[in-house]
Design a protein around this ligand. Structure first.
Ligand code: CA
Length: 357
């Protein structure tokens, strides 16, 4: 009997021949269940729904062989324990943003948002085709986690202020909710950065406990009702010019998957990455119109003098981050070189086009 006919009659196909693994038929009957813990409230617009989308996509693309169940913040673990939960395998997957994990690795911050850094499109270019993703994997490797970009907000807004910002003096003494590297920049400008989880922002701004806050952009800010707590809405979001969300995947759980499911997981992340950016672009646009036309929000651009100074301070902060440890230095070098290179192209492509159309 010819080999091909034997295989056909024996009911064996392709990849399983000659390999001591489960036949595709047996694999198809096996259901694997994964838990996905998230740093977002369950179903939170854009972010929580982005996690839901990714989980559903993996479940659907695998024909139900890999079923992913999403847990909102606090349902299984608190928001800021997502990284540890995936690292130790309590959950096989997580959904968050890498700047939350600077306590684990300072270098992690480069993979979410850098003040005056890359836009969403440039960030994806660095990650997928500029060496960024390999460095990200290297950064999370000691924790047994594989990271993947899984969404982006696009350029955020500078935030909501209860007073006008006309010069750097107006930032002095300003108590503002602004986390991470952006917060460090504000601090150098004489302000007081405050870290607050999303759920406490509205009340703190309304009561005057803080003078200003950044959150995301019109889509999320409108949902929080921030226009009811502050008068001025400033742009652009210099501190988060295109924040990348991440999927965290437990390395051992991933290694135990057959090759096709591994491919489904990684490619579902890529689809979710693009989908979130598209959603934000579409929803921000309509939400901004509602804020300005219906709620009469005072929309303003930060003065150039302020933005220029914040940019200089940001360079200082990022340079200091690069000096914290060897991995931060390595990631910084790749990130800053890519930024320099891509900026020239962005200027004659996107920028030239956007300013004239
Ligand atoms: Ca933000």
């Amino acid at each position: 009997m010819k080999r091909r006919e034997f295989i056909k009659q024996a009911g064996i196909t392709g990849a399983a021949t000659g390999m001591a693994i489960m036949s595709p038929a047996a694999q198809a009957k096996t259901t694997i269940k994964w838990k996905m813990v998230t740093t977002w409230p369950k179903n939170f617009p854009g972010l929580g729904t982005g996690a839901n989308y990714l989980a559903q996509l993996i479940t659907d693309m695998s024909g139900g062989r890999l079923q992913v169940k999403v847990y909102g913040a606090k349902e299984l673990v608190p928001a800021f324990e997502v990284f540890d939960a995936v690292s130790r395998g309590t959950a096989q997957m997580g959904h968050g943003a890498s700047y939350y994990w600077k306590g684990k690795s300072e270098a992690a911050q480069f993979f979410a948002a850098v003040p005056f850094g890359l836009t969403a499109q440039e960030m994806n270019a660095w990650l997928y085709h500029g060496g960024g993703e390999a460095l990200w994997r290297e950064t999370y490797k000691p924790f047994g986690i594989i990271p993947a970009a899984t969404g982006n907000t696009g350029v955020q807004m500078a935030g909501w202020f209860n007073r006008e910002i006309n010069s750097m003096d107006d930032l002095k003494g300003l108590k503002m909710r602004i986390p991470g590297l952006g917060g460090e920049v504000l601090s150098r400008a004489g302000g007081t950065p405050v870290s607050l989880p999303g759920g406490e922002i509205f009340t703190s701004l309304k009561s005057g406990a803080i003078d200003a806050t950044e959150w995301v952009g019109p889509y999320n800010d409108l949902a929080f009702g921030l226009h009811k707590a502050a008068k001025y809405y400033y742009y652009p979001g210099w501190h988060e010019p295109g924040t990348t969300m991440e999927a965290l995947i437990n390395e051992k759980a991933f290694a135990a998957l057959p090759k096709d499911l591994q491919s489904i997981v990684m490619n579902a992340c890529k689809i979710a990455n693009q989908n979130m950016l598209s959603e934000y672009t579409a929803r921000n646009n309509t939400a901004l119109k509602t804020l300005v036309n219906k709620h009469k929000v005072s929309l303003r651009k930060l003065p150039d003098e302020v933005l220029t100074k914040l940019r200089d301070l940001s360079r200082e902060v990022v340079l200091e981050l690069a000096e914290k440890d060897p991995q931060s230095k390595k990631v910084y070098e790749s990130f800053s070189q890519f930024s320099k290179d891509v900026k020239d192209w962005s200027a004659i492509a996107e920028l030239a086009y956007l300013t004239i159309r």
